[in-house]
Design a protein. Structure first.
Length: 421
């Protein structure tokens, strides 16, 4: 018990020291017009730290490692977003981070009992269907956004945690096979295949193919954990068939991709710096100008480029804080999603759920960073917890709560339904 308390206090001190060191750097080297702005930012960050340390103790958990990493990375993002173009507290992003923390505990509570979750699978599919209908009817002409005054909501972001739950499975579910022709199949898997096809069509219709690799990454992780579950006969026929179908789908997608996608696939950013290469060329220049240690908080120029706070935020951080610090931030998120690998979940359902969450975080980060650095076509997706964006931040918080639930599961049998006869 005393060891746990000691480790808890050490973790609290580490988080506080990290944020304090960043705030001191802002004070000494940042583009600060007024000391008041630094004081307000520091007060907001430290207050959120202490509040979260108290809230954490209200929940019974076996491990608080993900909680500490979450508050560490979220308040780092508050400092980043509050310093782009000059030091001032980004109130909107600060509130979004608080909502993300609340969402993490909602995800934790809802996902602790895997047997209860399995019984809600039909409602997960229904929720995804409702969100799809909302996107098709309320977002406007082939769009992903709902505009309510000055607030923009992207319903497709909330499909991602639901899709993770749809992909999660148990050993018992995968043992319930039926024979069709010469194949032994699980009916639920066919429903999942139909769901990913519907998502692909939705993304194409809404001209948002940049997020499609994220959904495909979640689906791929779910597919492999479904056919490779413990003590099961590995189906080579299923794997080969799925591989052939996937290859054909990729070829068709590349062949009939929209014009704007074809332009990004073959863009020369340096010869088209005022067009399709605008963001990437400026991002690469900013990373080079920032060097290893950066120009100082608020002293960069990339904040004048469109989507500097979300789509190319890795380059914006690199310019002002340095490439080393930007990589440290990314490694912190990687550690957060790697915790379940160090402490394996107690149920196979939680393990498959965790695989989907990890696939989401890794794929989303890779698309943003590699796209900004012109290593892959630019997709315009966010870095979880770092980029500005309410819908993405809340969805990421929910999935962080899923990781917490996998580390502190609640093992209960589902309630027995008594006959009324």
């Amino acid at each position: 018990m005393y060891i746990n308390i000691f480790l808890y206090l050490i973790s609290c001190i580490f988080v506080l020291l990290t944020h304090s060191a960043m705030l001191l750097n802002v004070y000494l080297h940042g583009n600060t017009e007024s000391l008041t702005n630094v004081i307000v930012l520091a007060t907001a960050v430290i207050l959120l730290d202490f509040t979260w340390f108290i809230v954490m103790r209200l929940f019974r958990q076996r491990s608080f490692a993900i909680d500490f990493l979450l508050i560490l990375i979220l308040n780092m993002s508050v400092i980043f977003q509050s310093c782009f173009g000059g030091v001032h507290l980004s109130v909107k992003h600060y509130i979004t981070c608080i909502v993300s923390l609340v969402a993490s505990k909602v995800g934790f509570v809802l996902c602790r009992n895997h047997k209860w979750l399995q019984m809600q699978k039909k409602y997960v599919y229904m929720a995804i269907g409702i969100l799809m209908v909302i996107i098709l009817t309320l977002t406007g002409s082939r769009s992903m956004w709902i505009e309510i005054g000055s607030i923009s909501i992207q319903p497709s972001e909330f499909i991602k945690p639901l899709f993770v739950l749809a992909c999660a499975t148990s050993v018992a579910e995968q043992q319930n096979k039926r024979k069709i022709a010469c194949f032994f199949v699980v009916y639920e898997n066919f429903a999942l295949y139909g769901l990913i096809m519907a998502i692909c069509l939705l993304q194409w219709w809404c001209r948002d193919l940049g997020s499609l690799p994220t959904f495909m990454g979640i689906f791929a992780s779910g597919f492999f954990v479904r056919i490779c579950y413990p003590k099961a006969k590995f189906s080579k026929k299923t794997l080969i068939t799925a591989g052939v179908i996937l290859l054909i789908a990729v070829i068709i997608a590349l062949k009939f991709a929209p014009v704007y996608v074809q332009e990004r696939l073959h863009a020369d950013i340096w010869n088209d710096r005022s067009g399709s290469g605008w963001q990437q060329s400026h991002a690469l220049i900013a990373i080079a100008d920032g060097g290893w240690f950066g120009k100082g908080a608020g002293n960069g120029s990339l904040h004048e480029v469109f989507a500097y706070e979300n789509d190319i935020v890795f380059a914006t951080i690199s310019e002002e804080w340095g490439l080393i610090f930007a990589l440290v931030v990314i490694f912190t998120i990687i550690i957060l999603v790697s915790i379940p690998l160090i402490n394996p979940p107690r149920s196979y359902y939680h393990a498959t759920m965790t695989a989907g969450v990890c696939a989401y975080f890794i794929m989303q980060m890779s698309l943003n960073i590699f796209g900004s650095c012109n290593l892959i076509p630019f997709t315009g997706v966010t870095i979880p917890f770092i980029s500005a964006g309410g819908s993405s931040m809340i969805a990421s918080g929910l999935m962080a709560g899923m990781l917490m639930a996998s580390q502190s599961p609640e093992i209960k049998n589902p309630p027995v339904r008594r006959s009324t006869q």
